[in-house]
Design a protein around this ligand. Structure first.
Ligand SMILES: NC(=O)C1=CN([C@@H]2O[C@H](COP(=O)(O)OP(=O)(O)OC[C@H]3O[C@@H](n4cnc5c(N)ncnc54)[C@H](O)[C@@H]3O)[C@@H](O)[C@H]2O)C=CC1
Ligand SMILES: O=C(CO)COP(=O)(O)O
Length: 336
């Protein structure tokens, strides 16, 4: 029997912990890096992570440490799950500690502000590891549902399909079904932009605009995601898959989604400050709406829903005004 794969997961937030469970259930030997000692202690002694996944019993083969070198040592796969905007600084610190042949896997769904880089690009830029050793896991994977071992499918993407297959085997469980992909660009854009569209749908829900508005925003949101993807060399079919439509539907329908909830609070009339104050976990779309809009402008791609989210979230435009402007844009064919 071959020995179990060794996995390091940075860090022990909602998704890092839930995905650590998936890996442990798939038979990997898993070490989670936690930023705070009390989180590592609760995982090791109490088999819980009360801050991020309260009420969830964690498997025995999931260990935690606050020592990044201990977490990284000998890992076949190193999973990265921190807020996208801190990834570059975090990884600069961890790079000297990484196991020499480790595959670096982004679990994150964001685009870096300023550089407009996708997370795999940031990983390559900081570590100088080649694309064939950088992968992505994405799809409709709300952490709390995965931690309850509720069924879900996902995509594991790497330009090197052999690596994607190894990763697939490392995280395949009876409740978590990963499919391989080689379109890393499309998979990452699908994940990052769906957070922005999730904010838009949340705002519409908070305003009580109804299900027709939701269906329209999801569909037009997917259309602008695909437009950006095509401009960046993605395969348009990726957006009708799990990384596109699948994730968008889960996020835009679920009260578990932090982005959707953030938008709902804004749509109900909370100020940005009030909304931030009641949001305890990472809602990536709040920052990534700006980097996605920036990326689109650089490539001459029109993304009216994304621009509207930027206006509401960062420019203080009242949602009713933004809605009127969005609805009165010039008439055009559905496909162009
Ligand atoms: N929660 C979910 O359902 C899913 C989340 N994701 C993605 O996973 C990524 C992480 O999100 P979550 O785990 O949900 O967020 P979270 O807010 O639950 O956890 C964030 C983690 O990052 C750590 N962290 C925060 N600031 C840090 C810093 N400056 N340096 C080092 N560590 C820091 C926190 O201690 C915490 O462990 C995001 O990109 C998100 O889009 C992807 C799929 C599902
Ligand atoms: O990415 C997610 C589900 O796939 C989680 O969405 P939120 O970050 O909005 O909670």
């Amino acid at each position: 029997m071959s020995k179990p794969a060794k996995a390091a997961v940075f860090s022990a937030g909602s998704w890092g912990t839930a995905f650590g469970m998936v890996l442990a259930d798939a038979g990997c030997e898993v070490t989670l890096w936690a930023r705070r000692a009390e989180v590592a202690e609760a995982i090791n002694s109490g088999r819980t992570n009360p801050d991020y996944l309260p009420g969830v019993e964690l498997p025995e083969n999931l260990r935690a440490t606050t020592d990044p070198a201990e977490a990284a040592a000998g890992a076949d796969f190193t999973f990265l799950s921190v807020p996208s905007q801190t990834m570059r600084a975090n990884l600069a610190e961890w790079t000297p500690l990484l196991a020499p042949e480790t595959v670096l896997v982004s679990l994150m769904k964001g685009v870096e502000l300023g550089t407009t880089m996708r997370m795999s690009e940031v990983i390559e830029d900081v570590t100088k590891v080649g694309v064939d050793r950088v992968a992505v896991v994405t799809g409709p994977n709300l952490a709390r549902e995965i931690a309850a071992r509720m069924p879900a499918a996902a995509v594991v993407a790497c330009t090197d399909e052999t690596v994607a297959r190894r990763l697939q085997a490392a995280c395949h469980t009876p409740y978590f079904r990963p499919y391989t992909e080689t379109d890393v660009v499309g998979c990452e854009l699908g994940g990052a932009v769906k957070n922005v569209i999730g904010l838009a749908v949340g705002i519409a829900d908070g305003m009580g605009l109804g299900d027709n508005a939701k269906g329209s925003l999801i569909t037009r949101g997917l259309a602008e995601t695909a437009r950006l993807g095509i401009a960046l060399g993605a395969d348009p079919l990726t957006f009708s898959g799990l990384a596109g439509l699948g994730d968008l539907v889960a996020t835009c329908s679920s009260p578990l989604s932090r982005n959707h909830t953030f938008g709902t609070n804004l749509g109900k009339g909370m100020t940005l400050e009030e909304t931030i104050a009641v949001t305890r976990q990472t809602a990536e779309g709040v920052k990534s709406c700006e980097s996605v809009a920036d990326l689109a402008r650089r490539h001459g791609v029109e993304m009216p829903i994304t621009e509207t989210v930027v206006d509401i979230v960062h420019e203080g435009k009242p949602p009713v005004v933004a809605l009127k402007e969005l609805m009165s844009r010039s008439a055009k064919p559905e496909r162009r």
